[in-house]
Design a protein around this ligand. Structure first.
Ligand code: HEM
Ligand code: FES
Length: 349
């Protein structure tokens, strides 16, 4: 959150996250290289490295794709989501090293430009089983490069959130290209069949998790249809909202976070302006709702970030009647001040 952009500063949690990720990747590379060396002693160290790096990049990509649905299904996975971009950059680094070593190993010996050689060294484009598999890897690597290069908040702010999000959805295109890269490699005997089966299991896991999470979200987003007088909707009892926390409901197709704090109730959009984080899962600290993902802050009565920051989310009219919280489904423009419902007055009204 910032007047221009706000880089989310380093903290001990982020360092721990990166340390665990890097250690796991190094352990993966060592184990896979050692296993292959033991099983296939004829392979050169270059080939062992190329394979281990490719397998590590591909496995990490599958993990990254599973984090989104897992964190929607169960809160303990949320911490994995906060710094998922770091994993993305690590994955690109592994994929880049794999691509670079492959090009050096297989495409620098001739007279052709190595990149051209990736595209034309196998020219059986007319056959399915023999279709060149390396160009798929090259295309995926180019997409991953654009994503890694624009992963910083600077680009999120300058490209705007919708453009940045659309750009980063290209990860699914890169995933499809990498699947083709590995699949055609397996067909041509260049990549082991075991990896082919591991790939099928991975794809099945990614798809199943996405389907289950989508179903779960659709059930959560079922419209609250308890319309009361004057168009206000009955959301919950006052006592169901924990102090400084929120209850999330779905009104007019949008998720709304209804916060209780210091004897007052306010309702704002549940969607953080940074990366669509769930504000209703955050807490109120120092009079501001703090997004649970990266800490952007919003004042509950105005939906605006405290100065000098400029982020704003829509606000909603709130009433309290007979111990029930009622919210009007029509949102106010982002940043519009709405008087909070005061609990004492409401109870005596
Ligand atoms: C310039 C881009 C790329 C080139 C030239 C390339 C080339 C190759 C080659 C030649 C192999 C066969 C290695 C061997 O068995 O000796 C291979 C395997 C593989 N590649 Fe790529 N690749 C590229 C990009 C990628 C990317 C972006 C990924 C995934 C993120 C990837 C994942 C894999 C995997 C998982 C294998 C199988 C490794 C194994 O056999 O254990 N590749 N690639
Ligand atoms: S602070 Fe990043 S999504 Fe809210």
């Amino acid at each position: 959150m910032s007047t221009t952009y706000r880089s989310i500063s380093w903290n001990p949690n982020k360092r721990r996250y990166d340390l665990v990720a890097v250690s796991t990747i190094v352990a993966f590379l060592v184990i896979v290289t050692a296993l292959q060396a033991a099983l296939r002693p004829e392979l050169t160290i270059e080939t062992l490295l190329i394979r281990a790096l490719g397998a590590a990049a591909f496995t990490l990509l599958q993990v990254i794709l599973c984090i989104g649905p897992l964190s929607r299904l169960d809160r303990p996975f949320l911490p994995l989501l906060y710094n998922r971009r770091h994993l993305g950059v690590m994955m690109f680094t592994l994929a880049f090293a794999h691509g670079l070593f492959s090009i050096v190993q297989f495409h620098t010996g001739g007279t052709l430009n190595p990149l051209v050689s990736v595209l034309v060294s196998n020219d059986r484009y007319g056959t399915i089983a023999q279709l060149p598999f390396q160009p798929f890897g090259l295309a995926a690597l180019m997409i991953l490069f654009v994503m890694a290069a624009t992963s910083h908040d600077f680009w999120l702010h300058n490209l705007t959130a919708p453009v940045w999000k659309a750009l980063h959805m290209c990860v699914y295109g890169a995933y499809a290209l990498i699947l083709s890269h590995v699949m055609f490699g397996v067909f041509q005997g260049e990549i082991s069949r075991i990896l082919g089966w591991a790939l099928c299991a991975g794809v099945l896991t990614v798809f199943t998790l996405h389907l289950v999470a989508a179903r779960h979200e659709a059930m959560r987003d079922r419209e609250n249809t308890n319309v009361k007088k004057d168009g206000f909707v009955d959301v919950c009892a006052v006592d169901e909202i924990p102090e400084k926390r929120a209850v999330v409901t779905c009104l007019s197709g949008e998720r709304v976070a209804v916060f209780r704090y210091d004897g007052r109730i306010s309702a704002i959009s549940n969607v953080c302006q940074h990366q669509n984080g769930p504000l209703g899962e955050g807490r109120i600290v120092n009079d501001c709702v703090v997004c649970p993902w990266h800490g952007y802050e919003y004042q509950p009565a105005t939906g605006a970030s405290p100065a000098p920051f400029t982020e704003k989310v829509p606000t909603f009219d709130v009433r309290v009647r007979a111990g029930r919280v009622l919210v009007h489904p029509q949102p106010h423009a982002p940043g519009t001040r709405v008087e909070p419902a005061v609990l004492i007055e409401a109870r005596t009204a």
